[in-house]
Design a protein. Sequence first.
Length: 388
Amino acid sequence: MTDALFDFDAVVDRQHTDSVKWAGAQKKFGKPVFPMWVADMDFAAAPCILQALERRLAEPVLGYPDHDERVQEAAADWWQRRYSWAVNREEIVLVQGVVPALYAAVRAFSQPGDGIVIMPPIYPPFFAAVEAQGRQLISVPLRKDADLRYEMDFAALEAKLPQARMLLLCSPHNPVGRVWTGDELRLLVSLCQRHGVQIVSDEIHADLSCLKLTHRPLGKVDPTAIVLASASKSFNIAGLGGAVAWLQGAAQKARFVEELRRSGILGTHTFAKAAMRAAWREGAPWLHALQEYLAENALLLHSYLDQYLPEIRFRQPDFGYLAWLDLGAWGLGDEGIEARILDVGLGLNWGPSFGEGGSNFVRVNYGTPRQQLQHGLELLRQAASSPS
């Protein structure tokens, strides 16, 4: 059932819209595929965002934008309403995007050769933010139980943190679908503070929590943390760029801003600012309707797998639209899984790209109209039954 105001069942033809998910899929996979990979939903943006962009386009001059405190105010108000997190707008910095800011944080608060902890399986840019910048990657894989519920390995963290200068946290965690609890975050912060380890928290998927389990911003637990956030994933406006970083200490903020200036990624552009303001000021009803639609999609995915593909292991995520599927029962290995799925014309994210713990897994994006989700699941079923 679709919301009376927002039609998430509407199928939008994205083949000719310069979409990396659709137009770029053949280049990525080497053949035409039905794409259910990159974290990019197939829903039209919220009307309030499109209207804000139209209003700005009505002004014919598109010169350099000035610093606009309304974006910081909108972010602060959003965090207060959604998470009861009170921040000052002066603690918020505009950046080009969460990934560029992640890279900049590594440069600003560590030195070449320093150890940086990540917890795979994890979003692939975390690896590059460490290794491509001359830092030492310290991998502390998540632990999973028989039901595919993942947890931080605190004993392993305790052993590895003395070797580290920084920890990059994915919160909520992509791809395993966890929203970390307050107790988990407090324990993590306690360990990092004991060993003098700076935490940088990527919270780009945070606003897609709150139906089952509410995200807790790390800044509520750790005033020394660096929190990176954006409206891009939750409101499906990643093509516009734009994000914010939160840093409470004045000296820490100055150091980060200096690195952003040196890198040329301080601030963001006119349309990103207009879109973020609209999302955080007016977008809550659209986001809530989206979350309900995604929850129904998750139930459809779960029931379909139970009925037709019971050998595939799946735990419904705590947030968002990304499913982490264990295909180990197929007995094909990673290359065999990839070949089998591509053979039927389906494009997914392959588990090994998420690092240790990703073998035999795939990530599926179910942020798409139900008709398209059903088609993708039928392709997955064909892959399961096709001859080896």
